[in-house]
Design a protein. Structure first.
Length: 270
């Protein structure tokens, strides 16, 4: 193995553009071991390890100015701190990607069940997280409270469908358009609780996907009637308020007349 290598040879060995090597030389980050009589730059094989270290640190996005400082320190403290910071940043990105994957899975499941499965089903659902307020209250659902609840939970509201609820009493009386509360519902836990939040316990729900093409939601009458008939046939008992969740809106070329898909949940006891 020879002792010295030209800038072109180092470029090929380490797959570093010659222009980058010249830049590193100009700022004092990586200087040639020798300059020949012909003014050629020569790097020593003794520099291979530092070249590899520079390439690695750049691959984890260590800034060049910072790299120049920590590579000229007497101890490994600067390098170690940079590696720990990078590791923490990677862990954060992994958590973000895992949450994003979870959100995608939730959207996939809700859309498939709501838009492509017209059957009424009895399902065991996990805990769900709701932020809501009563219709007719003087205070609106406070946007600041929504933001606070959203920030630490990976933008909680991103996967939270807009909902309306119907009380058990109105549901049993056939008052399917007398809504009690409105707000948001998600399978993702929220970061911070407030006066609007509630955790819905896991349990049995009668579920149905409803397609709506009218602003007045006339389709709800038939949907709820079918669900109540299903509950009666299967000798189930309604244990709480119904939740009407907006899963998907499609403009269909006309923003004033969208096609909307809702998933209805009615909590029951078997």
């Amino acid at each position: 193995m020879k002792e010295f290598y030209t800038i072109g040879e180092i470029s090929k060995i380490f797959n570093i553009p010659s222009a980058t090597l010249r830049y590193y030389d100009s700022i004092g980050l990586l200087c040639p071991w020798e300059i020949g009589e012909n003014n050629y730059r020569y790097y020593s094989k003794a520099q291979f390890e530092i070249i590899s270290m520079i390439m690695f640190m750049r691959s984890i996005n260590t800034p060049i100015k910072k790299l120049k400082v920590i590579l000229n320190e007497k101890t490994a403290d600067g390098i170690l701190d940079e590696l720990k910071n990078c590791e923490a940043s990677i862990d954060e990105k992994i958590n973000e990607l895992e949450l994003l994957k979870q959100k995608i899975g939730i959207f996939n499941k809700n859309i498939e069940q709501t838009c492509y499965n017209p059957k009424i089903t009895l399902e065991k659902l996990p805990e769900m997280y709701m932020m809501s307020k009563s219709f007719g209250d003087e205070d609106e659902l406070d946007i600041d409270e929504i933001i606070k609840t959203t920030i630490g939970a990976g933008k909680w509201a991103d996967t939270a469908g807009i909902i309306s609820t119907i009380t058990k009493e109105n549901l049993q009386k056939g008052r399917f358009h007398d809504y009690d509360k409105y707000g948001y519902l998600s399978e993702i836990p929220f970061y911070r609780k407030n006066k609007y939040t509630a955790i819905l316990p896991s349990g049995s729900y009668v579920c149905y996907g409803m397609k709506v093409s009218s602003i007045e939601h006339f389709e709800a009458d038939d949907a709820y009637a079918k669900m109540l008939s299903f509950i009666e046939r299967n000798r189930l008992k309604i244990r709480g308020d119904a939740i009407e969740r907006n899963v998907l809106d499609l403009y269909c070329g006309n923003k004033n007349n969208p096609t909307m898909y809702f998933r209805i949940y009615i909590p029951v006891e078997e």
